[in-house]
Design a protein around this ligand. Structure first.
Ligand SMILES: CC(C)(COP(=O)(O)OP(=O)(O)OC[C@H]1O[C@@H](n2cnc3c(N)ncnc32)[C@H](O)[C@@H]1OP(=O)(O)O)[C@@H](O)C(=O)NCCC(=O)NCCS
Length: 185
């Protein structure tokens, strides 16, 4: 699936690819330690943010390990809420992965669940994926809450699975099958 002119909508957000004009809001999101704490990248300065925004112009989900990032815009204020990412992990096994990053101004309102549900809709209903996973730092309890509220199943706790920002960290893995998604709806 190609997302170059994608325009999605949830109750409170519009989802679409990042545009060059988003740079200031992008830097405000990616330049924060409280946001990057459990993410696999270091807090970004201007140069790193420019490079990351450029990479987010990759908008095809056609081959293994491609990822597409969608910017989420608050319908009411027009502000950048954050971003939602969908990876195609395996074409052969019809497997995907989701991720999400919200600006702290928008935490605590159920927006991560709302946007992630939209991603699961793309993954299961449009791309006909069989299984979607999410992998999180086990200390990221807010993120585990998002996945539980989405109805994803906790499948694994991996002890000291990664050398993450200078320390061995545990990982929690969650998953949902298309049949489970269909049942939930
Ligand atoms: C992880 C992250 C997305 C969680 O955001 P969040 O806003 O807590 O997640 P949700 O969308 O599930 O919102 C749930 C909260 O909103 C509250 N809420 C308010 N209105 C709500 C509504 N209409 N519907 C659902 N929940 C609502 C819930 O009570 C809950 O608050 P609580 O945790 O204090 O009980 C956010 O902390 C974040 O972006 N962190 C930095 C990046 C990151 O770690 N990403 C995940 C990497 S795996």
């Amino acid at each position: 699936m190609r997302f170059h002119s994608y325009a999605g909508s949830t109750e409170r957000m519009r989802l679409r690819p990042y545009a060059p004009d988003d740079f200031d809001a992008f830097l405000d999101l990616h330049g924060r330690d409280d946001v990057s704490r459990y993410l696999p990248w270091e807090t970004r300065d201007e140069e790193a943010a420019r490079a990351a925004l450029e990479r987010h112009q990759q908008l095809d989900l056609e081959v293994d390990d491609q990822g597409v990032t969608l910017a989420a815009i608050d319908k009411e204020s027009g502000r950048l809420v954050g971003e939602f990412v969908l990876f195609l992990r395996s074409v052969e096994h019809r497997r995907g992965e989701i991720g999400y990053v919200l600006h702290p101004d928008f935490w605590g309102r159920g927006l991560a669940v709302e946007g992630s549900r939209h991603l699961l809709g793309i993954a299961f209903d449009r791309m006909k994926l069989h299984r979607v996973i999410a992998r999180i730092d086990a200390r990221n309890l807010a993120s585990a809450g998002v996945l539980r509220r989405l109805g994803m199943r906790h499948e694994a706790h991996l002890v000291q699975n990664e050398m993450f920002k200078g320390e061995w960290t545990d990982e929690d893995d969650f998953a949902m099958l298309r049949s489970e998604w269909d049942e939930l709806r």
